[in-house]
Design a protein around this ligand. Structure first.
Ligand SMILES: [Mg+2]
Length: 325
């Protein structure tokens, strides 16, 4: 059983809840709990394990703290919500020392302060040999404006809120598998180490009711777009030429397969926003006015599967992304 199959197995278990306030359980970026008749609470949790999600000797504890928070807040952004509170639990091997833990928490605190998120709890423990961090985020939003993964319809347009593949390229550079000029290296490694959650983009997409479906890119463009397609019972076609690249990643196009990284590399934490065609003009105008990037990369189709169109014709894309087991 793969990771996604396991999630589907859990979803099957969660068809009935003890509490009627549960609007959505497992299966979207956040669980959605009714707060009162107009508003909901959003809850999501993430786990970061040494050697699976990060390499201790390649990441400073301060940046690791920031990344753990930012990646977690991205799930609130993906519903269109406002983040409010966070709980962080950390487990570190005995030999690692309190200094490490202190700096890690400084990073967590700094990231929270940037988004006015209060740390309201957590736990610490020692572990046998690896660091483990668990972050739970809590947010709020208007009940009728929550954007789920399930709302995409054929004819809707597919947007992403930034350049793709930078984070995966950053990992190659971090592991010193390739080299690049210093400024390129810094930009791409930063994209990997300290991704920014697109909270403002998510908020605008939900407040103006631009988005019919939304998700953040954690496992890769194709894998995450596939979550939208499966839950909306649709397919999609992407345009190869519209895939947005940063100039830094583009400059490495002879050394890295940049399309592979953009389609399948994870952890970009940009949003995929699905927009009805009639809202296209207002959506693009307001995003431009607010200085937020958005690129139209394709269209939702009735026919299942994800395809890509290029000069060479239309090709079916393999559905795969980063699976943790
Ligand atoms: Mg997500």
């Amino acid at each position: 059983m793969g990771e996604f199959e396991f999630i589907r197995f859990l979803e099957g278990e969660n068809s009935s809840f003890f509490h009627k306030e549960v609007i959505r359980g497992i299966g979207d970026d956040c669980a959605v709990i009714e707060k009162d008749k107009d508003s909901v609470i959003l809850i999501s949790t993430e786990l970061f394990i040494e050697d699976i999600h990060f390499l201790r000797e390649k990441t400073s504890p301060y940046k690791l703290g920031i990344k753990a928070v930012n990646a977690s807040l991205s799930d609130i952004a993906a519903m269109g919500g406002v983040p409010l509170y966070l709980l962080s639990s950390v487990s570190v091997p005995k030999d690692i020392g309190m200094g490490y833990l202190e700096v890690l928490y400084k990073g967590i605190k700094y990231a929270c302060s940037r988004y006015k998120v209060d740390i309201i709890g957590g736990d610490t423990s020692s572990s046998i040999n690896r660091i483990a961090i668990s972050i739970t985020v809590i947010g709020k939003m208007e009940k009728r404006k929550v954007v789920y993964r399930k709302g995409a319809r054929p004819g809707d347009l597919i947007y992403v809120t930034g350049y793709l593949g930078d984070s995966a390229a950053g990992l190659f550079l971090l592991k010193e598998e390739i080299d690049a000029p210093l400024d390129v290296k810094k930009k791409l490694i930063d994209s990997h180490n300290i991704p920014e959650p697109d909270i403002l983009a998510g908020r605008i997409a939900s407040e103006y009711e631009f988005a019919s479906a939304m998700i953040d890119i954690s496992d890769g463009l194709v894998a995450d777009l596939n979550h939208i397609c499966e839950q909306s019972n649709v397919g999609a076609i992407l345009n190869l030429e519209d895939i947005p690249f940063s100039k830094e990643l583009f400059s490495l196009k002879d050394r890295l397969s940049i399309y592979e990284l953009a389609l399948y590399g994870g952890e970009d934490y940009k949003l995929i926003i699905i927009v009805r065609p009639e809202k296209r003009r207002d959506f693009e105008e307001i995003f431009k006015k607010r200085g937020i990037l958005c690129f139209k990369i394709g269209e939702i189709k009735k026919e299942k599967g994800i395809k890509i169109s290029s000069k060479e014709g239309i090709k079916e894309l393999e559905i795969r992304g980063y699976e943790h087991f």
